[in-house]
Ligand binder design. Structure first.
Ligand SMILES: [Zn+2]
Length: 211
């Protein structure tokens, strides 16, 4: 009889441990899902304008297109995945298309990167990191630490990057690479900008410069 009781108590202990484990897993899993949603909520709340305004003169000629290419494979700089969305210029000319900040925030990073060329990183009000890459030029006077408003000029679309040598151009067509990163447990995590850009297509600023 004692043996049966012992076996039974082992069984009970085992069952309790499994149940506890399952409960802990579900608890933390739900927490992480909730965390992600809270994070994405920050992106939805902070985005205001599409990063490339449209020309008042010729929407077609100065138009842009983009597709969902998030996590596509990329070869330059080793096997990797595409952490962003590319907004392609219909006119393949660097320095033609203005690039504006999608959100309020401040300039956290500027300067040359091997992959991104001349890039700007804007940290938004709710802590989202918006990364704009391959610029041909920066807006005059812009510096790290500056506050920016949504719609403020950051620079111009270009084809810089894919080299250690600062100022390298021409390895790909003129486009704006947009990345969206969120800080999660001290690590930057990439999110797909496509749905956000799709939403912002209806919120484009207009500009009047033309030549
Ligand atoms: Zn890209």
């Amino acid at each position: 009889m004692a043996r049966v009781r012992r076996v039974f108590s082992y069984f009970l202990l085992f069952f309790v441990l499994v149940a506890l484990d399952a409960w802990l897993f579900l608890f933390f899993y739900q927490q992480s899902l909730q965390g992600q949603e809270d994070h994405l909520e920050a992106v939805w709340e902070d985005i205001v304008y599409f990063p490339v305004p449209q020309s008042a003169y010729d929407k077609e000629r100065f138009g842009v297109t983009f597709a969902d290419s998030w996590m596509d494979s990329r070869k330059f700089g080793g096997e990797r995945t595409h952490e962003g969305c590319d907004i392609m210029a219909s006119l393949n000319e660097r320095g033609k298309y203005p690039v504006v900040s999608m959100s309020d925030g401040y300039i956290e990073k500027m300067g040359w990167l091997k992959l991104g060329g001349y890039r700007i990183g804007v940290r938004s009000t709710r802590g989202v990191y918006f990364y704009y890459a391959h610029l041909s030029d920066y807006a005059p006077g812009l510096a790290v630490g500056d506050e920016v408003k949504a719609g403020e000029l950051l620079g111009f679309m270009g084809d810089t990057g894919y080299s250690e040598t600062e100022g390298t151009t021409g390895y790909f067509p003129v486009h704006l690479h947009v990345g969206i990163y969120l800080d999660e447990d001290g690590k930057e995590k990439s999110y797909n900008p496509y749905p956000f850009l799709k939403k912002l297509e209806g919120s484009k600023l207009t500009y009047w410069i033309c030549d």
